[in-house]
Write a protein that binds this ligand. Structure first.
Ligand code: UTP
Length: 292
């Protein structure tokens, strides 16, 4: 069965980015001139997925407004003859099909995915964490769908991380069956470095089979008191194969301030209008003056 739908859990509290995330959803923080979540949506569209399901929560209505039409703004831009901007604005609301559901309480990523169950109707589906921005030649979701087409079971995106960072991720133990492609044997959520079976960390892209809901439905809170997707995938392992793909591309965890700044610089340097001015600014940075 084809992967037609992608779930974007966007109901987290974004505590690492407080105070800005008090009233503004983390997913709406700008990367150059687009909100973070739009990059993930465009990645899905380029990968052939056209049904986007966003799991929101309180204070997240800006996400719905962003992907909706803004008739008032369109009228003003038309009257002023700002046709380039008008086209850019209309393009966002015409991107694809959006559905929304709410997670009433931030009970964890696994619980947020469970909230989308009724909109999935027994199909395999993608999960995209909008704050994981991946700069790659081939969209990461497309790389994953390409292997899914052969294996037809759960595919996780993984990345090698430093040993001291494993405790921030779900970590897999796997058997490499092709270059950078693993059959998962075990998973552990946020292990201490000395108990981690590898340094292959699960990042914010998944293709899941609908069987996962059987396990999410009965999942108990795990690490951090949250319902963890990693625990449900571990339970799924006893019933179905699970695979992991080391994708090609550079990932920025934009829920983290330093990574967010690195992404801003990288994406700005890729933007023709900004490259020259930014490079000049960087070269001329007077660190002594900044520090004093
Ligand atoms: P994070 O671990 O980044 O949590 O969630 P967070 O709340 O967004 O941010 P911090 O860690 O407090 O700074 C990973 C993804 O899962 C979603 C988040 O919106 C993010 O996309 N999520 C997390 C939910 O939708 N609901 C939850 O209960 C928890």
């Amino acid at each position: 069965m084809k992967v037609n739908k992608a779930v974007f859990p966007a109901a987290g509290l974004g505590t690492r980015f407080l105070p800005i995330t008090k009233a503004i959803p983390k997913e709406m923080l700008p990367l150059v001139d687009k909100p973070l979540i739009q990059y993930g949506v465009e990645e899905c569209i380029e990968s052939g997925i056209h049904d986007i399901i966003i799991v929101t929560g309180r204070g997240k209505t800006a996400i719905e407004d962003h992907f909706d039409r803004s008739i008032e703004l369109e009228t003003v831009l038309e009257e002023k003859g700002k046709y380039d901007l008008l086209r850019a604005i209309k393009k966002i609301s015409n991107l694809t099909n959006f559905s929304y559901t709410r997670q009433k309480e931030s009970l964890g990523l696994g619980h947020a995915i469970l909230c989308a169950r009724n909109l999935i109707s027994g199909e395999p589906f993608a999960v995209v964490l909008g704050d994981d921005i991946i700069d790659s030649k081939v969209p990461v979701m497309k790389q994953m769908i390409n292997v899914y087409k052969t294996y037809r079971y759960t595919v996780l995106a993984v990345q090698r991380v430093k040993r001291e960072e494993v405790s921030r991720y779900g970590i897999i133990q796997g058997k490499e069956i092709d270059k950078g492609f693993y059959k998962v044997e075990d998973l552990i959520e946020k292990p201490e470095p000395d108990e981690a079976p590898s340094n292959l960390a699960i990042i914010g892209r998944y293709i899941l089979t609908p069987r996962i809901f059987d396990f999410l439905n009965v999942a108990k809170p795990g690490k951090g008191g949250e319902i963890q997707i990693t625990d449900a995938i571990k339970a799924l392992l006893s019933k179905q194969p699970v695979y992991a793909l080391e994708f090609e591309g550079n990932r920025y965890d934009c829920g983290n301030k330093l990574e967010f700044l690195k992404a801003q610089i990288t994406f700005s340097l890729k933007n023709e209008d900004l490259r020259e001015g930014l490079l000049k600014f960087i070269k001329e940075l007077d660190l002594v003056r900044i520090y004093n």
